[in-house]
Design a protein around this ligand. Structure first.
Ligand code: HEM
Length: 568
């Protein structure tokens, strides 16, 4: 205490050696500090600096230096406190006033005040897992475009899909930087530069060509068989079918990506803890996607992102084994690591490892979620359940193999059921994010002007449940797809906007695995319906499943208990 007052006296004598007026009067010191805070705001707004030394300089060193002005009038401690309090009050006020002012480029778009002021408001709603419901409510309240953050909008207008997501659409948004914690080697889905993304996507496109898909069918066949047998073995028991479907999709993706990895179906559990690690990371990476800069600093902390690191380590070990053993079959790795020799330059191993992890996550949970929600919807609607079962029985009478895909193209009700599941429960309900690249100018998406840098979400949940796009939007009604195709008649006029059906997204960054996912679901549903009868256990309240859904960019499903019975 004595030291600080001594220092303060020294400072005072430095600024005011002969007792004459100090260098700056107290009011002027306030003005200078306030001006410095506004300049710092302008620097952040213009350049968005992230490097720690620059941020520390702007946010700590500047007010610390300014405290010398106050220290000559007050004590050093009070000078520090006054400078920091003044600096931060002005800085925060300047940010808030600008964000809600008519001068903000997004001022024309409505939204909750809290969302306009800070992105933490939206991040909180993401953390609750109910983002999909919250954003739909916002759209109902404010209209087709809503401000969900200071520099973020959500769009519900289906007519914007082609201009926003199509080949002339917007590049990927900042969410991906946050989700990948600014990794220098993000997986392909996080590559924001369009040309680079296209280069990374080339092997994926080969891996999902019609010929390649045929090679994965025996793998799906084997795993579907294993799943249905495991369920049949639990005859009369209550099983969490959502969990078992998850085992199926993980095991199959392990086969498809690396020529084999997990054996969850065989073990009846997640022996390696892979599923667990992936799921633990979902909530936090969903939040990082909303406030990407947080992930940038979090990645510097020792214990943060340990699940992500563990998952990468597991994938790295598996990839190494796969490199060493070479290719027995044409798995995804075969294409990603350029074993097919189609690329002039073979991608470095870290890129291949990263993309292997992507395939595992993007391909497992998504398909599992949609299949589980389809089964849930069927079980809640016995008429549709029986109609689907009748169709399966018609095309595959007893003794015929329902895993032989020869009839799938004629099974319109099966296709309609899957589409309806994808419409009501898209695996990524809060859609995808794009943003006009900073420095490349503003863009017009549909009738909306989107300033450069604006993170723009296309909210699939709201679009696919909008009554302007689909009649009875919240009802599971597979027949709508048959009516829309002219295969059946409805008693009332049908609203059916096919352009508003985007569960696999749209345009050059759409889901590369769509055809595999569709084939998995066809084979699984056919074999399940053919072999087993499922029903909810006595006393189970089905709505609990829907209420437990959590939107963490991808849906996270809870338990779906069913009683399994072999069909005669
Ligand atoms: C029902 C199952 C699935 C659904 C609903 C689904 C949905 C999606 C969606 C909405 C996107 C985001 C596209 C965008 O940002 O515009 C996506 C991307 C992606 N999906 Fe799927 N997906 C499914 C299954 C699969 C499967 C089986 C794979 C196989 C590995 C896969 C691999 C990918 C990849 C690699 C991307 C990134 C594409 C890119 O950035 O170019 N997905 N998926």
């Amino acid at each position: 205490m004595a030291d600080t007052s001594l220092l303060s006296r020294r400072l005072k004598s430095f600024f005011d050696p002969q007792g004459s007026p100090t260098l700056l009067s107290l009011p002027d010191s306030f003005v200078v500090t306030a001006c410095a805070a506004i300049v710092v705001h302008l620097i952040f707004k213009r350049w968005e600096p992230m490097k720690l030394p620059i941020v520390a300089f702007l946010l700590f060193l500047v007010p610390a230096c300014l405290s010398l002005l106050f220290a000559s009038h007050l004590s050093l401690t009070k000078g520090l406190a006054t400078a920091f309090a003044t600096f931060y009050t002005v800085l925060v006020s300047s940010i808030v006033i600008y964000r809600i002012s008519p001068f903000h480029p997004l001022a024309r778009y409505p939204g909750p005040l809290a969302a306009k002021i800070t992105k933490w408001w939206h991040a909180y709603h993401v953390h609750t897992g109910k983002q999909h419901l919250y954003v739909r409510r916002l759209h109902d309240q404010y209209g087709d475009i809503v401000r969900i953050g200071p520099n973020d909008v959500s769009i519900r207008d289906a007519s914007c899909i082609s201009s926003g997501l199509g080949s002339q659409g917007l590049p990927k948004g900042p969410m991906w930087d946050g989700r990948f914690m600014y990794s220098p080697i993000p997986a392909m889905v996080g590559a924001r530069d369009h040309a680079y993304h296209m280069q990374r996507r080339r092997p994926w496109n080969r891996a999902f060509s019609a010929t390649a898909l045929k090679e994965y069918e025996p793998l799906i066949y084997g795993r579907v068989h294993q799943l249905v047998s495991a369920l049949a073995d639990r005859q009369g028991q209550v099983v969490d079918i959502a969990k078992w479907i998850g085992y199926f999709t993980y095991d199959f993706m392990g086969d498809m990506v690396y020529g084999g990895w997990t054996e969850m179906l065989r073990d009846g559990k997640d022996e390696d803890g892979l599923w667990d690690v992936v799921h633990r990371g979902l909530d936090v990476s969903a939040v990082y996607g909303e406030v990407p800069w947080v992930s940038y600093y979090a990645s510097m902390l020792p214990n943060v992102g340990k699940d992500l690191k563990r998952m990468r380590k597991m994938a790295f070990d598996r990839a190494k084994q796969r490199y060493d053993s070479g290719s027995k079959a044409r798995d995804l790795f075969y294409y990603l690591s350029n074993e097919d020799g189609a690329e002039k330059v073979t991608p470095p191993r870290p890129i291949v490892v990263s993309d292997g992890v992507l395939a595992l996550i993007a391909g497992s949970d998504t398909t599992a979620i949609v299949t589980a929600t389809i089964l849930y919807s069927l079980l809640c609607n016995p008429t549709t359940y029986h109609r689907l079962q009748q169709e399966v029985d018609k095309f595959y009478p007893r003794g015929e193999d329902p895993l032989n895909p020869k009839h799938y193209k004629d099974m319109h009700y099966l296709e309609a059921t899957i589409n309806e599941g994808l419409r009501l429960f898209p695996a990524t309900p809060s859609g995808t994010q794009r943003a006009p690249a900073p420095g490349k100018g503003d863009r017009l998406i549909g009738k909306y002007y989107i300033p450069e840098g604006t993170a723009t979400k296309f909210h699939f949940w709201s679009i696919q449940r909008d009554p302007r796009n689909f009649s009875h939007p919240d009802t599971f009604w597979p027949e709508r797809w048959l009516v829309a195709e002219g295969l059946e008649h409805a008693d009332e006029p049908l609203t059916h906007n096919a352009n508003a059906f985007v569960p696999f997204s749209f345009g050059p960054y759409n889901c590369v695995g769509k055809n595999v996912a569709m084939q998995e679901m066809r084979m699984l549903l056919c074999h399940l319906m053919h072999t087993l009868d499922l029903r909810f256990p006595e006393g189970y309240v089905p709505r609990a499943f829907e209420d437990a859904l959590e939107d963490q960019f991808g849906f996270k499903v809870g338990e779906l208990p069913v009683i399994v019975q072999r069909r005669e």
